[in-house]
Design a protein around this ligand. Sequence first.
Ligand code: ZN
Ligand code: ZN
Length: 422
Amino acid sequence: MTDGSPTQAVLGGLDQTRAWQEAFYRDLHQHPELSHQERRTATAVAQRLSHTGYEVTQGVGGTGVVGILRNGPGPSVLLRADMDALPVTEATGLRYASTVTTTDADGTQVPVMHACGHDVHVTCLLGAAALLAAHQDRWAGTLVVLFQPAEELGDGARAMVDDSLSQIVGHVDVALAQHVLPMPAGTVGTRNGAVLSAADSMRVTVHGRGSHGSMPQASVDPVVLAAMIVIRLQTVVSREVPPTEPAVLTVGSIRAGTKSNVIDDHAVLELNVRTYDEETRHTVLDAIRRIVTAECQASGSPKEPEFELFDRFPPTVNDPATTERVRAAFAGHFGDDAQELPLQSASEDFSDIPNALGVPYTYWGIGGTDPHSYQVAVAAGRLAQDIPVNHSPFFAPVLQPTLDTGTTALVVATLAWVGSTR
Ligand code: ZN
Ligand code: ZN
């Protein structure tokens, strides 16, 4: 086919990929795998990529897969999908619902479900990879398709980066990724600048001196110390972060003591921090350490406090020029179905990849909700109650037009770089 634009020519192949994509998706949905356990998924991905002519590297950062298709001189575009599922009991009632249980990293038996739609991401990226491979006469450059483990833990992208990812992928000009969200299926949403928050959890252990509850003069009371810290931490967002910058600091847990007449010798606080840029993130994390250390000193604590960071996600901040290029391509192809994506409070580790490679990126949303149900929920003012969100046991993207839209979005965005060279 040589008529029409590269986009029309490449997407003309959707009629051939749709049937296997839908079957692949149902199979994946029925066989979800937890973070870092995505072995069956990775094998299926690698097989499909090899059959379509991609140079495949498996086992990157554990279960990660990288496929490369070189098609002459031109830009190199990296497209990323995440592969992992969640320990959730599926309640969708779908014919292809998961009934899988498995052993998690702690040795506990847990249910598994694709409750975040990563099965959609994998299926769409495989479809786009196949479509672009089948029409190499309509574009020039290099495609790097990357299938990442363990997004839900926030360490899968980092694991691939630390496993020589930059050597495997070589030169890359831009990185692109998408997520299925509770928006009407058939729509896509782009956003310039901050799009997802950074998340940091911190475990703080402060030390006191244990004593009988009737003899406080012999103690350094960690309960009072922890209480002072909680109050003082309230000033971080209100007094140290500019009012124009969104930030959240929550003390989600405090543990100390076992009995009313015993003063314990330590307390443990667990904090969660959400920010939208690196500067604010450092301001908040530094302030926590400063305040905790100073409160320990004020209490006469016998030992330095301990800080342990966990469940960390970087902020996702879309590059303006990259986002504008994708936005314009989407507007041209999707028309009114290309919208502005609202700021999301969730977090992602995708940006670890472009940040490590030193390349710009953009991350967009695609709808997965039945458009009619969505309209009914909006009209009834019951969007939050009636439309299941990601991580819900009821999260069930409609097969179509979700898969077609996600596949199309990847093709349209990719061709905005590699399609103009021929
Ligand atoms: Zn998720
Ligand atoms: Zn997700």
